[in-house]
Design a protein around this ligand. Structure first.
Ligand code: AMP
Ligand code: ZN
Length: 111
């Protein structure tokens, strides 16, 4: 089982901010902004490259919940959503996840 599958299964602890039967949101262990949350599907999808017609409902659900999570976190000034896919993007955990970053003026450099 991969690291985030273990977190989804509760085998590795995390600081949860939202959970339902399909997805989990928890705080990044090494935050890069005052608010840094990861949102994952509970089922294993390796990266954005693994999104298909069969599982994209999970991605839609994640993106429905992101604004609610951001509002709950008080990110009224805005926030950034990022997903690193593959080596050039520096993906380190090979389980699809979306970073929510906010709580400060974020860098204008996207890459
Ligand atoms: P990425 O580099 O896009 O693959 O992002 C992986 C993210 O997972 C990094 O921001 C890490 O800080 C974060 N991370 C790694 N292990 C944990 C963990 N046990 N709990 C929470 N976040 C983690
Ligand atoms: Zn996994």
């Amino acid at each position: 089982m991969c690291l985030f599958c273990k977190i989804a299964a509760g085998e590795i602890p995390s600081t949860k901010v939202y959970e339902d039967d399909q997805i989990l949101a928890f705080r990044d262990i090494a935050p890069m902004a005052p608010t840094h949350i990861l949102v994952i599907p509970k089922t294993h999808i390796p990266s954005v490259d693994g999104i298909t017609a069969e599982n994209s409902n999970l991605v839609a659900h994640i993106f429905e919940m992101i604004p609610k999570i951001a509002a709950e976190e008080g990110l009224t000034g805005g926030y950034r959503v990022v997903s690193n896919c593959g080596a050039d993007a520096g993906q380190t955990v090979h389980h699809l996840h979306f970073h929510i970053l906010g709580g400060k003026q974020l860098s204008t450099e996207m890459a």
